[in-house]
Design a protein around this ligand. Structure first.
Ligand SMILES: [Cu+2]
Length: 174
């Protein structure tokens, strides 16, 4: 029996055309990530991972430096540029659906890039995930190579967003 398997597997190996195999372009990735860097002198840093599936875009965050009980605005911004010390280089909220925007509430008033705000359940490292449907990596309202921002306070539709305290550029995970 083991001899039989050995012959089968060696046949399978011979049939594999190595030249074609090498020329196959690498498969398009359905994953991305953003390393979050401190901005405006904050102590906030971490990682955000994105993965597409049938239900939408899964966003998974691991963020250091939060204060227990505090809420933080969490948005996609339109420029993939975190170079400025205050992260203003990241530009405005990505993809307004309605002119009002500026809220994470699931209503027609929000921007496509308004993710649910993060509510810190304890001091230090906070981790969590959610699924969003209005955006994707490369298809509908693509976010690849845009930035993701954490604000130093909750979303408030009536006020300007709090200062940006972390910024990361969304990069394809190969
Ligand atoms: Cu924002």
């Amino acid at each position: 029996m083991s001899n039989f398997l050995l012959i089968l597997s060696s046949l399978a190996c011979q049939k594999l055309p190595t030249s074609n195999y090498q020329n196959t372009p690498s498969e398009s990735s359905n994953k991305a990530h953003a390393e979050m860097f401190s901005k405006n002198g904050s102590k906030i840093s971490g990682m955000v991972h994105f993965k597409e599936n049938k239900e939408g875009l899964i966003v998974h965050y691991q963020i250091n430096g939060f204060k227990k009980g505090k809420s933080y605005g969490f948005h996609i911004h339109e420029n993939g540029d975190c170079s400025a010390q205050d992260a203003k280089s990241a530009g405005k909220h990505y993809m307004p659906i309605a002119p009002t925007g500026g809220t994470s509430l699931d209503s027609s008033q929000k921007h496509g890039g308004d993710l649910p705000q993060i509510e810190a359940t304890h001091d230090g490292m906070n981790e969590g995930s959610f699924i969003v449907k209005e955006i994707s990596l490369k298809e509908k309202n693509p976010i690849l190579y845009k930035s993701i921002i954490i604000h130093d306070g909750p979303d408030n539709i009536k006020k300007k967003s709090a200062p940006k305290i972390a910024c990361g550029v969304i990069t394809e995970t190969i």
